[in-house]
Design a protein around this ligand. Structure first.
Ligand SMILES: *[C@@H]1O[C@H](CO)[C@@H](O)[C@H](O)[C@H]1NC(C)=O
Ligand SMILES: *[C@@H]1O[C@H](CO)[C@@H](O)[C@H](O)[C@H]1NC(C)=O
Ligand SMILES: *[C@@H]1O[C@H](CO)[C@@H](O)[C@H](O)[C@H]1NC(C)=O
Ligand SMILES: *[C@@H]1O[C@H](CO)[C@@H](O)[C@H](O)[C@H]1NC(C)=O
Ligand SMILES: CC(=O)N[C@H]1CO[C@H](CO)[C@@H](O)[C@@H]1O
Length: 887
């Protein structure tokens, strides 16, 4: 029902491509599951299916003896190849190697973690290959991209990824980096709860403003988002979250129960066995799911470790008591969100549950106790709402679709502050640090602030999270050095400005990235010239800056040696930031500052050097390397697939051929149409090929496999051809005879009519010459047919035919064309004047043989021959033309 609902909304509102076809991919990349959706004209809007027609794909990538697998294929490897299976990677996006997050991950995963050069997490496969988390996630994005391209039958570039609202800038960067490594372009990041709200608003109409809580209990966190929907404007009013509890923490507790049970019985420690632990991890999830619907569950794992089976019974009560300390935390995000939004429960229309963990009874009970059962919205399938909402959001951003206009105003949830050192008052004084709260928690995304500084020299603005966002994470987001201050001040001063100041624009982008977007030196030039009077307040350039930010709004800030903003460019959109986000950033900056006449004589744009001292996003070079590593894997796989296909094809071809040869029935088409000697040659070649396949196929090139098949096919081909000709002959003959018969019939009648018309002095459709020409064509056809059909009769089935059915058809076509040309002709109107009697009743034909409508024109007598000639010409045309038409 939900599908129909969405579809109807879309068919009315969306899918009206306004320009070139373009599709938007939305990905909900979860800790356990990936959901994706493709918005493309002509493709029914829905959650995308994977190759097994599943609506959700397990977030995993793994290797089995060199073969890379995704989704459940990969997740299922975990128990056999724990070191080569990577899942729950979302935990590790941008996580510092030394953080609590990483030590928690070590508890739930058997994979071998390594520290990357950026001090984040990577993994080591059993063969020693190392991958960063971003690369492994990029592989999954790339897999999804491929699914989308198969579905949409065109390349996909733009993507919207939904993320938890508590993601810091570092984590958002990690998402964008993975997107770019996968060869995609970030249209936007959208918070999960906000995406659910978008989907909710897309499929409903609101008569009055409403507040809803989206309670999203996922695998790694619980988030409550309060969204207000005055009309079609979605505003996020508050967010509460707990990034430490979720389905995986519950699984971990369940696994602990199972560990204790096993260890007590076996007197061994299962924790020492990686495969056993991987099996128990899987079992814990299964038992937890059973306990969602039952009060107890049997657990059973065959040969868990040390050849010992494991069996037992777990009750829901045991499980819940093992989670006793968490109970008070399940509903807390709701209270936090209400508190932040300044609302009370009475303001809330409904609570929408999302995420797999919201189905766990104790979690649901906690929410019901907090908000009241009647507030829980039951009719909403929120599990897929996030990805669908993200797709809607993407569609509205891409401007390729005409969607229901929904405006989204989200918030950032962390205090972000800016600090800098005050200008030294004397050469010896210690620099004083000044800090200002730039974007307090709850600030709307997509907003800007301007800071004004009285500085004479270059200086640096530091952007920090005011509070720790998660244990082990840094607080410093970036440092932006403003370069060229002294020169700019000097320039303005020299031109008469009094006390020029530095103004910096700081941006909180729609996707939640903060950056120093622009910096200028500004001074009012007390100048009597007209230009001096053309006053703009700061940001005269902002008419152009405003546009520029549109394209860079969702492009996160990246490390720069020199900043793009070295000029006041009259065409800001010409900069390449939207076309090739960060990869091109460095090259464009190389351009020398254009010394174009600056229209506003009172601002000079400064260079901004942005650096990331804490967790830097990947550099363009790092991403380029990562992409090519992934491409190598992709290409190897593609080559392997082609080889496997070629080998399978060859193999099944050989078997089929052998069956044909060894068939005892001598009446099979293959036997009938082949000669003993031909079969002998094929048999020898076949045996040789079987041997070759057995001995050499493993080391053979794809081209060799293909060649083997081609050379055998060449031997079989004449046999197949004979058979096909025998099959096709009766029909071709029938066709030929039919046309010769119809022509004969026509000619007889037409000649009679012509005679009658001449006698009655009436106009006629044809001349005698025309009919003679047709008769000639007919005779040629008959003669050819009689001769060759006779010859063909004596040809044996295992000999090559003497006439080809294609030629028969082509010749019949010549006759057909000639006949139809005359036959289609309209009766000419009787001519009123006596000229009729003086002229032969001949063709009133346009040169092309087209009938002339009405009595427009009588062709002069000398043109009469033309149709004849043409008719003959056509009749005698070489056979190649119609033959080609046939084919
Ligand atoms: C929330 O509800 C209270 C009364 O329960 C009301 O006074 C207040 O205006 C409401 N706030 C909003 C934003 O609707
Ligand atoms: C000031 O800058 C403008 C434009 O950047 C330049 O044309 C001019 O020569 C400079 N003036 C001085 C005094 O440096
Ligand atoms: C020839 O084709 C016509 C029409 O398709 C059919 O009625 C007739 O039986 C066929 N004759 C032979 C000999 O196949
Ligand atoms: C011959 O004349 C008859 C009677 O006018 C007409 O029905 C028939 O179609 C004509 N035949 C041809 C081949 O034009
Ligand atoms: C009218 C007619 O059928 N004419 C000839 C068509 O072609 C065959 C040969 O296949 C002749 O036997 C017919 O006389």
């Amino acid at each position: 029902m939900r599908l129909i609902h969405c579809w109807s909304v879309l068919s009315l509102l969306a899918l009206v491509p306004q320009s070139a076809y373009a599709s938007v991919l939305a990905i909900d990349y979860g800790t356990d599951w990936i959901k994706a959706s493709l918005m493309k004209p002509g493709v029914p809007f829905d959650v995308m299916l994977n190759k097994d027609s599943k609506r959700k794909i397990q977030s995993a990538v793994g290797w089995k003896k060199g073969d890379r697998l995704f989704g459940s294929d990969a997740a299922n490897l975990a128990t056999r190849f724990p070191a080569d299976t990577f899942s729950s990677l979302k935990y590790l996006q941008a996580a510092p190697y030394a953080s609590e997050t990483v030590s928690f991950f070590a508890k739930i995963s058997s994979s071998d973690m390594v520290e990357t050069a950026r001090k984040t997490v990577g993994f080591k496969q059993s063969d020693g290959t190392e991958w960063s988390v971003e690369e492994l996630i990029a592989m999954q994005f790339s897999y999804i991209k491929q699914l989308a391209e198969d579905l949409g039958e065109e390349k996909v570039r733009d993507v919207v990824v939904s993320i938890p609202p508590f993601y810091s800038q570092y984590e958002r960067d990690a998402v964008v980096d993975a997107i770019e490594i996968a060869g995609l372009h970030t249209l936007a990041l959208i918070n999960d709860g906000t995406a659910v709200a978008v989907n909710y608003a897309m499929t409903r109409t609101f008569t009055a403003p409403e507040y809803h809580i989206i309670y999203d209990a996922g695998a790694s966190s619980i988030v409550a988002t309060i969204s207000g929907t005055p009309g079609t404007h979605i505003t996020v009013a508050g967010v509460g979250y707990d990034r430490k509890i979720g389905g995986i923490e519950l699984d971990r507790r369940m696994r602990q129960i199972l560990i204790d049970m096993f260890n007590a019985k076996s007197r061994k420690d299962i924790r020492e066995d990686k495969r056993g632990m991987a099996k128990l991890w899987k079992e814990a999830g299964r038992v937890k799911a059973i306990l969602s619907a039952n009060s107890d569950a049997m657990t059973s794992v065959e040969s868990l470790a040390w050849d010992m089976d494991f069996r037992g019974k777990v009750t829901r009560a045991t499980f819940e008591s093992a989670c006793g300390d968490l109970k008070g935390r399940f509903a807390q995000p709701i209270y936090d969100a209400l508190n932040e939004a300044g609302l009370s429960l009475s303001n809330i229309t409904s609570v929408i549950l999302a995420g797999g963990t919201s189905r766990t009874p104790m979690v649901q009970a906690a929410v019901k106790a907090a908000v009241g059962t009647e507030k829980i919205a039951l009719n909403v399938n929120a599990d897929e709402a996030s990805v669908l909402g993200a797709a809607f959001h993407g569609a509205s951003l891409s401007r390729q679709f005409k969607t229901k206009p929904i405006k989204v105003t989200d918030i950032n949830i962390y205090d972000v502050q800016a600090s800098y050192f005050a200008a030294p008052t004397s050469p010896l004084s210690r620099p004083r640090s000044i800090t200002t709260l730039l974007f307090p928690a709850g600030s709307k995304v997509g907003s800007k602030k301007t800071l004004t500084f009285k500085r004479k020299e270059d200086f640096t603005i530091f952007l920090d999270y005011k509070h720790l966002i998660a244990p082990g994470f840094p607080q410093r987001i970036l440092e932006a050095e403003l370069v060229g201050v002294a020169e700019a001040i000097g320039n303005l001063t020299e031109r008469g400005a009094i006390d020029p100041v530095v103004k910096a624009t700081l941006m909180l982008s729609e996707s939640g990235f903060v950056s120093v977007q622009k910096a200028v030196v500004y001074g009012e030039i007390k100048d009597d010239s007209i230009t001096g009077k053309l006053k703009g307040f700061f940001g005269v350039g902002s008419s152009s800056t405003g546009e520029a930010t549109d394209s860079s709004e969702n492009t996160p800030p990246r490390e720069t040696d020199t900043n793009t903003d070295t000029t006041v460019s009259p065409s800001p959109t010409a900069s390449s930031d939207s076309a090739a986000p960060s990869a091109s950033a460095e090259s464009t900056e190389e351009k020398k500052p254009e010394k174009k006449p600056v229209s506003k004589e009172d601002t000079i744009v400064l260079t901004i050097k942005t650096t990331f001292p804490a967790i830097p996003p990947m550099t363009a070079e790092e991403k380029r390397k990562a992409r090519s590593r992934l491409r190598v894997v992709d290409n190897d796989e593609a080559a392997k697939t082609r080889k496997d296909e070629a080998r399978n094809n060859l193999e099944s071809y050989l078997y089929r051929l052998r069956d044909l040869l060894e068939d005892d029935n001598q009446d099979t088409p293959f036997k009938k149409c082949s000669q003993e000697s031909e079969r002998q040659v094929i048999t020898e070649k076949l045996e040789e090929s079987f041997l070759w396949l057995h001995d050499r196929a493993d080391i053979a090139e794809t081209s060799q496999l293909l060649d083997k098949r081609i050379s055998l096919e060449a031997l079989e081909k004449p046999i197949i051809h004979r058979y096909k000709e025998i099959e096709a002959f009766p029909q071709a003959l029938n066709n030929s005879q039919m046309w010769n018969w119809s022509t004969r019939l026509f000619l007889t009648e037409a000649r009679q009519n012509l005679t009658a018309e001449i006698e009655a002095d009436l106009p006629s459709k044809w001349t005698k010459d025309e009919l003679d020409a047709l008769e000639k064509t007919l005779k040629e056809h008959e003669t050819w047919l009689n001769t060759w059909v006779e010859k063909q009769k004596s040809v044996k089935p295992n000999e090559d035919p003497v006439i080809e059915t294609t030629e028969m058809k082509a010749r019949a076509k010549v006759l057909e064309t000639h006949l139809l040309k005359l036959w289609k002709r309209k009766v000419p109107k009787p001519r009123k004047t006596k000229t009729t009697s003086t002229t032969e009743p001949t063709a009133t034909l346009a040169p092309e043989g087209e009938p002339i409508e009405g009595e427009t024109e009588v062709p002069p007598p000398q043109e009469e021959g033309i149709p004849d000639d043409q008719g003959q010409e056509q009749g005698q045309k070489p056979l190649t033309t119609p033959e080609r038409d046939e084919l």
